[in-house]
Design a protein around this ligand. Structure first.
Ligand code: GDP
Ligand code: ZN
Length: 431
């Protein structure tokens, strides 16, 4: 390390105030050069920032100084709260560069915090989630993970595994014919309990991941039944559209909504029509695929249509659209995308389903595929360790070690060097 980095920590674009953050051994020197001295640690001081070259004032700013190790990154950290104008930031960037500091890469501050032991990896990821949070549920989940709940859970599992492993290793190193079987039996019972707990942790209905990435609702039905009109109605009724989803094609249109604090992604699958055109067929295939993997399906029918005989696929709400023209099947929810009738009731129904599926439980949920894969790997290793075959204790111990390592990767306790570039690249600059 050794290098001192800096970046705009606040949002890009014109703003009243912009926060420029510095971290590394030259941070203190840079503050002294610009502000004429260091403020008392952790106390804001108003100062004129001067160009060290010609002494001209660049801006009046609040200056904060967090000496190592009691700082976010664990290094010397400083902040300049300047006015948010482009010219100010451009000038400071040039000066800091001349003082031997360099612009930070994505997630570099958080990465340093992780590498200096200020955060575990799940907490570092929680910072990215908190910055990206668009809905209340996403914010709460990220904050909980940042608080270390996930890290504590995994560390507790790892501690238990370490005890089991130590007992097994003692058995290998100091065999005691009289006790061997009893000890091995205890280790296996403890291993089985741990495996069951991890399996329950996995069987969470992907609650945390859906909460973070969005609960997907596919709108299906025959062409011209009013799927696109319904999507527009639902999106317009729910004023808090949180984001446009880029890269949507002609075949699949997606809109993200904030429904009762949950991020929900509505997917319009452009008609499951029969066609001979190969390109169109590909579109239909993709639409089917999306509908099949969605968390909930709104199946739209028209007046006079029979109730659909849907069996396979996700949980379904049947919607009878064009209620202004006539009734649909009895058990469908009547709406009119044209007049807006029934839309509020449909939204309330959907919101209740989403809340029921994503409601946070007692224990922290898995929030990322990376965590899920690691826990699955741990469960598989524990399964092997529990093999009913008369295995040598060395083999069982090896599998316990693999499980320990898999769980350790979630919190960043072991060999994650290869993961860090990927994980922190997802961050934006300044975090
Ligand atoms: P999609 O092919 O399923 O996406 O259907 P569209 O949303 O494109 O709608 C097909 C046609 O039905 C359009 O002419 C819409 O204006 C009309 N339509 C959609 N919803 C309603 C409705 O609730 N009532 C009436 N009367 N017409 C509707
Ligand atoms: Zn359509």
């Amino acid at each position: 390390m050794g290098e001192t980095i800096f970046a705009l920590a606040s949002g890009r674009g014109r703003a009243g105030v912009a926060v420029l953050r510095l971290s590394g051994p030259r941070a203190g020197g840079a503050v002294a050069a610009l502000a004429g001295g260091l403020p008392a640690p952790r106390l804001a001081r108003l100062a004129a920032l001067r160009d060290p070259g010609d002494g001209t004032v660049i801006d009046r700013a609040l200056v904060l100084w967090f000496p190592a190790p009691a700082s976010f990154t664990g290094e010397d950290v400083a902040e300049f709260h300047v006015h948010g104008g482009r010219a100010i930031l451009n000038r400071l960037t040039v000066i800091l560069g001349a003082l031997g500091l360099r612009p930070a890469g994505p997630g570099e501050f958080t990465r340093r915090a992780f590498e200096n032991g200020k955060l575990d990896l799940s907490q570092a990821e929680a910072i990215a989630d908190l910055v990206d949070a668009e809905t209340e549920a996403q914010r709460r989940q990220a904050l909980r993970q940042l608080d270390g709940a996930m890290g504590r859970l995994y560390e507790a599992w790892r501690d238990r595994l370490k005890v089991l492993l130590a007992r097994l290793e003692a058995l290998i190193d100091f065999p005691d014919e009289g006790l061997d079987e009893a000890i091995e039996g205890e280790v296996l019972a403890g291993t089985a309990r741990l495996r069951d707990e991890l399996a329950r942790h996995l069987a969470d209905g992907h609650r945390g991941e859906r909460l973070r990435d969005g609960f997907e609702i596919a709108i299906t039905g025959a062409p011209n039944v009013g799927k696109s009109s319904l999507l527009n109605r639902l999106a317009a009724a729910e004023v808090a559209i949180v984001s446009e989803i880029p890269g949507t094609t002609r075949d699949v249109i997606e809109v993200a909504l904030d429904l009762g604090g949950y991020r929900v992604v509505l997917i319009d699958t452009a008609g499951l029509r029969e066609t001979d055109d190969p390109i169109e067929r590909e579109g239909v295939r993709r639409a089917r695929q999306r509908a099949a993997t969605a968390d909930l399906r709104l199946h739209v029918v028209g007046p006079g249509d029979p109730a659909p005989g849907l069996k396979a696929g996700p949980e379904t709400i049947t919607v009878a659209n064009k209620a202004d023209l006539g009734p649909g099947p009895a058990d469908a929810v009547p709406v009119s995308a044209r007049t807006g009738a029934g839309i509020d009731r449909l939204l309330a129904l959907i919101t209740a389903r989403v809340a029921e599926r994503l409601e946070p439980g007692e224990a922290p949920a898995i929030t990322r595929a990376r965590h899920r894969l690691a826990v699955e790997e741990a469960v598989a290793a524990l399964e092997r360790a529990l093999s009913p075959l008369p295995l040598p204790a060395e083999l069982r111990a090896e599998d316990l070690r693999l499980a320990l390592r898999a769980l350790g990767r979630v919190v960043g306790a072991v060999d994650v060097e290869d993961l860090l570039d990927v994980i922190f690249f997802e961050f934006c600059i300044g975090k």
